[in-house]
Every structure is written in C-alpha cells, then in structure tokens.
Design a protein around this ligand. Structure first.
Ligand code: CTP
Length: 396
C-alpha cells in the first residue's frame, strides 16, 4: 500500500522495554508492503531477540559494526526512511553528540534519508534538561520525532514517556516517504454521517462509516497538506495528522465548514449529510403511548450549495461524492453542475464491494472538463490516493 509498497525502511531498535512494541511495528510495516531492515543495539537484544526480527522481516539483522564492514553505510543509503523505535535517553544523547560506536549509531550518522525518532523512557528521564537539550539539538539537526505519549508507563507511573502507537509512527513515516506534492495547501475534508435529532435519545441519520473521508484526509496530510477533517459521528479512530472537528448535525457541519473554507484551497466532500431534519426536536424523551408516532421532516441545508458562493470566490477546488441507485453517471454529471463542483466521485448503492461499511470502493470519477475515469474495486485508501493524484494533476 502506498507509500510503503516495496520501499526500504530501516528500523533501529534501542534498549528499552517498549522494544516489544517494535516487533508489531515491523509487522505492520511488512503488511503495508515495506522492505524492512532491522538494526539492534546490544541492549535492545536483551529485550527482544534477533530471531523475532529475523522472522518478521525475512532478512538478516544487523547488530555489530564488525559483521559486514560496510553495513553502516549501506543500510542508511538504501533506506527511504529510518525509524528509531524505541529511542532511549541514552541513544538520543549518543545521536546528539555524533557518536558512532555501534552499528545503530554509526548507521544513523551516515544515513542520508529522513530519520524518525520515537522516544520512550521514564517521565523524569524525558523531562530532564539533559534529554530536552538533546531533543532540541536533534530537531535542529533535522531529525523528526513522534511522541512520547502520555499514559501508563512500564514501571507503573502515569506520565509522559510512552512510545507512540504503531499507527502514529506509520502515519509520520508515510509522510516522510511521500513526495510533498500538497505542501503549503490547506485541504478541508468532510467525513461520516450527520444526525438530525428527534429527541435527546433518537435521531434520523445516514449509513456511513467515515472511512472514505478519513482515507482522503490521511492521503492529503501525507502529501504535506495542512488538513482539517470535519467529521460526523464515527466509531473509527481518526487518522493521525489532520486537525479534527467533530460535529453531529448537518447545521454544525455547515458552520464548521464555513469557517474552515476561509483558509482552504481544496474541499473533499465525502460526508453523507442527512438531507432532512426534524423541525423542532423534543427537549425531553418522547414516551411511547402504545400508538404510532408520526414524524414530519423538513429539508436541511445542502452544504455544497450553501458554500458555493464562498468556494467560487476563493477558487476552492472541490470534489463531491454522488451516491446513486439509478443511472449513476447521468445523475453524477447533473449533480456535478448543480452543486458547482470540479470533480464528482460516483458510487452505486447496492454494490457489495463499494459504499458504506465495506473497506473497498468502486467509483467513477467525473470532472467538469468532461473526463470520465472508471476505477476498479480498490481499498478505500487506494481510492483516496487515485482521487488525489487526479486532482493534483489539475491543481495548477
Ligand atoms: N451533500 C451536501 N449537503 C447535503 C447532501 C449532500 O453537501 N445536504 C453533498 C455530499 O457530501 C456529496 C454530494 O453532496 O458530496 C452528493 O451527495 P448525495 O447524497 O449523493 O446527493 P444529494 O444532494 O443528497 O441528492 P439525492 O439524495 O437527491 O441523490
């Protein structure tokens, strides 16, 4: 999966208890297609053995400067990104002072690729001015950092010092591998359903998981954009990177959108906005009486139409999604012009491999220049990448 497909990633493991989490990180890197080399420090080997990493990578593991004399040059030279996980206080100090007394330290000193540090240590070790000074120095050197996170530490304390989770490390490493083709751009993405309340307990809503919008937000962020994700309720974790604004109703989504669009260059409108709302929701729970309940629904705002003037004024390139049951291409084309968007991704309802609650999608991408591109069934992450490739080609 992009951007990891067949890309060489170097993982340097140093001697902290969080090293056990690095085994899972390496597995995830392999799952998304990376070719992973692992270097262990001597103390890392006390926490997780080389057999574990050899099994996970299917490649020889480096531990010493003396095994293959040029490893410390070759490993960094072929890597697209180097990840140090966990990065201990001791190892940060070594890197900050340019030491090269182990394969791990020498490799990073010679590595021309971006280096991502994932610190993990006791909270007092992290907060110590010596560590903080080393961290500042390493940032000045141009090294990247993710974490440490706040939470339960191995020794039972609660505080800052946990190594970041694999999803976060993968997201940042992915950004370091990707060409920064959207750097300097502000991208707004909407995702998920909206809810129209009936009373404090019940609502009218749409079927949507938020997955497609999240994949678009993640892909735009990886390409260097500054991303705002306006999300309706979802059970899925939000992607690492974008600034998330959580909303419930279509009206709240419209307010958030209006504000976000003031800075935007690109709008990706993947939310399944509910078209109807209950005119005056009850403040208290409606009790059942044994009889039927009749519900009157009135039209809610159409967000693309409501924001059209602002989008036109600012020249915001816009993508919409059209979910159709009948004559999808004609309907999609009609929506493209009536909603004033530049691109329309058309989905067909009822396709078992597309739409809500499945991890794949099948779309036809229309644009206002009359082009039609039919994409095969792909994971939603890949659909997002293909959509953004297409939009980027038109951006300038
Ligand atoms: N959309 C919107 N505001 C709404 C409904 C939809 O901005 N109230 C946006 C969606 O986010 C999507 C596009 O409009 O990008 C098309 O959504 P869709 O549900 O297919 O179209 P509708 O306008 O709801 O038309 P219909 O339900 O009649 O097909």
């Amino acid at each position: 999966m992009r951007p990891f497909d067949d890309r060489p990633v170097l993982v340097v493991v140093t001697g902290g208890i969080a090293a056990y989490k690095t085994a899972y990180l390496v597995r995830r890197l392999r799952e998304v297609g990376a070719v992973v080399d692992v270097v262990l420090t001597r103390s890392a080997e006390r926490f997780v053995g080389r057999a574990t990493f050899e099994g996970l990578t299917g490649r020889p593991i480096g531990t010493s400067l003396w095994e293959r004399p040029l490893d410390h040059i070759d490993l960094g030279r072929r890597a697209g990104v180097a990840i140090v996980a966990p990065a201990t206080a001791d190892f940060l100090a070594k890197l900050a002072t340019g030491q090269a007394d182990s394969l791990a330290a020498a490799t990073l000193l010679a590595a021309p690729c971006p280096v991502l540090l994932c610190p993990a240590m006791n909270q007092r070790m992290w907060k110590h001015p010596a560590t903080q000074r080393n961290v500042d120095t390493l940032r000045e050197f141009g090294l990247w950092m993710v974490g440490p996170d706040v939470g339960q530490l191995a020794e039972g304390e609660i505080g800052i010092g946990r190594m970041s989770e694999s999803v976060e490390i993968l997201a940042v490493a992915g950004r370091l591998l990707e060409e920064q083709s959207l750097e300097g751009r502000n991208v707004v993405v909407t995702a998920g359903p909206t809810r129209a309340p009936i009373d404090p307990v019940r609502y009218v809503g749409n079927r949507a998981s938020g997955h497609m919008g999240q994949a678009l937000a993640a892909s735009a962020w990886r390409r260097g954009a500054s991303v705002t994700l306006v999300s309706g309720p979802t059970t899925r974790p939000h992607p690492y990177g974008p600034h998330v604004i959580a909303v419930d109703t279509a009206e709240e989504m419209l307010d958030a959108l209006r504000e976000a669009l003031e800075e935007a260059d690109l709008l990706l409108m993947a939310a399944a906005v509910s078209d109807f709302r209950v005119p005056s929701p009850s403040d208290s729970k409606i009790k059942k009486t044994g009889g039927d309940l009749e519900l009157r629904l009135v039209a809610g705002p159409d967000l693309l139409k409501e924001t059209r003037a602002a989008r036109d004024r600012r020249g915001i390139v816009t993508l919409g999604f059209a979910l159709e049951t009948d004559t999808p291409i004609e309907n999609g084309r009609e929506k493209l012009s009536s909603k004033g968007v530049d691109f329309m991704a058309v989905n067909e309802v009822g396709d078992p491999e597309a739409g809500f609650e499945v991890p794949t999608n099948r779309i036809t991408l229309l644009d206002r220049w009359g082009e039609v591109e039919e994409l095969p069934v792909l994971p939603k992450e890949e659909v997002a990448d293909r959509i953004l490739d297409r939009i980027e080609a038109r951006l300038d």
